[in-house]
Design a protein around this ligand. Structure first.
Ligand SMILES: [Zn+2]
Length: 302
């Protein structure tokens, strides 16, 4: 298959928030390179499975960067397709930037001809520490389609009309890129009782126009790192004009640590620890970064 996009090998792992000029339409766009390539390097699975994780990570970065405080945004998908489960999370640092990671659990008992994501659920959890109550929302996977599932999530959880476009692909030299863009119609939330029928009609027209323009974005535009996110937005919405807000960063990394795992092991009794040890060593592999953490059994039980 010919690759969809040119690969300039620039890493531009960032998220940009925007507003369509003089309209109640806000949006954000994100593109992932480095974190995605680091994660996918752990897998030898087929490209269509990698593509699904890339799309899930782009969506996670898009939604996770909306968190106002520091905290963890987690998207968990369970399906009866070739991907059994998939988790990606975004640790936000309070100003929109954050660290992303992800992993896939591939079903070994599902035939190759089956869809990558079949029926299942998409669960979103937002944990913002002491600032806010933990939030959890679940939607059915819409025919295994992450775009449709995300739009359904916004419709049911926030009653906010939302459109999303997501792409992920590999360049001719094997470099992966994933990107997502969304627009939201805020008018329904902010509409004042003084709004005239004329205003109402204009808002509907604005939303319809923005929806149509968004649907014209090509995967190669979203993914090509030679084309800046600003340029993608200008191509789409130049007629109305776009107001850009400051960009935030999406970084790669993992939050696993020996201390955290030691806390987990502390809940095991001595016999259980002996059972999971091999030659006096307990090995625990992080599912995200695949780091092998090793613990000396003697030190744990003393
Ligand atoms: Zn890790």
């Amino acid at each position: 298959m010919t690759s969809l996009f040119k690969d300039s090998c620039h890493f531009n792992d960032s998220c940009l928030t925007f507003q369509i000029e003089a309209q109640d339409i806000k949006g954000r766009i994100v593109r992932l390179n480095k974190p995605l390539n680091e994660i996918l390097a752990h897998y030898t699975c087929s490209d269509d499975i990698k593509r699904a994780l890339g799309k899930a990570m782009a969506l996670t970065a898009l939604l996770g960067s909306m968190m106002k405080f520091d905290g963890i945004f987690t998207m968990q998908i369970k399906s009866d397709g070739r991907i059994k489960s998939m988790i990606s999370d975004f640790a936000a640092n309070g100003n929109g930037s954050g660290v992303i990671r992800g992993y896939i659990n591939i079903a070994d008992d599902v035939a190759k001809g089956r869809p990558v994501l079949g029926n299942g659920q998409l669960m979103i959890t937002m944990d913002q520490g002491q600032h806010m109550a933990r939030y959890q929302g679940v939607v059915e996977l819409q025919n295994g389609d992450l775009k449709d599932s995300a739009e359904e999530y916004f419709q049911t959880s926030e009653q906010l009309p939302t459109h999303v476009m997501i792409s992920c692909d590999k360049s001719a030299n094997g470099h992966w890129s994933a990107a997502a863009i969304m627009i939201q119609h805020l008018a329904q939330n902010t509409q004042s009782e003084m709004a005239s029928p004329h205003d109402d009609e204009k808002q509907k027209d604005d939303w319809n126009t923005a929806t149509i323009l968004l649907s014209t974005v090509k995967p190669e535009e979203l993914l090509d790192s030679a084309l800046s996110l600003q340029d993608v937005l200008m191509r789409l919405f130049h007629e109305s004009g776009v107001r850009l807000f400051s960009a935030t960063q999406v970084m790669s990394g993992c939050r696993c640590s020996e201390d955290k795992l030691r806390d987990v092991l502390a809940s095991f009794n001595t016999q259980e620890l002996r059972d999971i040890a091999e030659d006096g060593v307990i090995s625990m592999t992080c599912e995200f970064c695949k780091t092998d953490h090793k613990f000396d059994l003697k030190k744990l039980i003393n």
